[in-house]
Design a protein around this ligand. Structure first.
Ligand SMILES: C[C@@H](N)C(=O)N[C@H](C)C(=O)O
Length: 191
């Protein structure tokens, strides 16, 4: 797995500031456009299976809720993970070596993955009050740990954090500054 040095430095700060019994479980960081395309296509197939009635436009919108299109400059000049500025992660318990309960799996394409889902929809889940509170606290710990280092969270996914990429820039109304890490590497390697 690869990321930018500047992102890694901040991730190290996050780890350093976590309670002693917690660590970061990293699912994904930098992605090539090809990988981004594979993910987008895979998600599309999964959604077609579960919601076959959607029109092409509705399908596209649905997939975009959970994966950036690899080539959609009108939304992102550079897909967030391709810039090296995005990271997907969770917390784990160092003693048990188990991921903490975040209420949905990584890449679960349902509303339950929305970061604030358990803040707002407690009555709509079949989770116990205790589990709801645990999930809420776990999401909050990750959120505050990451945002304290300058990352922003993608609201549909409790696991996705960005810094310096197009998603981060849109959310903060700033200019993005990470170009495609893939292009930077190819340039260094002489294509
Ligand atoms: C696919 C999912 N893990 C993810 O990374 N989603 C964001 C929106 C992305 O594709 O950039």
């Amino acid at each position: 797995m690869y990321t930018r040095k500047s992102i890694l430095k901040r991730i190290n700060n996050v780890v350093h500031n976590l309670p002693d019994n917690l660590g970061l479980l990293i699912f994904d960081a930098f992605r090539t456009k090809e990988t981004q395309r594979d993910i987008f296509n895979r998600f599309q197939l999964e959604i077609i299976k579960n919601k076959p009635h959607l029109s092409d436009e509705q399908l596209h919108q649905e997939v975009r809720k959970f994966a950036a299109h690899p080539d959609e400059p009108s939304r992102f000049a550079v897909p967030p993970h391709n810039s090296g500025g995005s990271i997907d992660l969770a917390l784990y318990d160092i003693n048990t070596q188990q991921q903490l309960d975040f209420g949905s799996d990584f890449d679960d394409m349902t509303v339950v993955s929305a970061t604030d889902y358990f803040e707002n929809n407690i009555k709509n889940t079949n989770f116990s009050i205790t589990r709801t509170n645990i999930v809420k606290i776990n999401r909050r710990i990750l959120y505050h740990a990451m945002t304290s280092q300058g990352f922003v969270n993608f609201e549909n996914e409790w696991w996705h954090y960005s810094l310096g990429d197009c998603l981060w820039a849109q959310m903060l109304n700033l200019d993005w500054y990470y170009l495609s890490l893939e292009q930077e590497v190819l340039k260094i390697m002489g294509d």
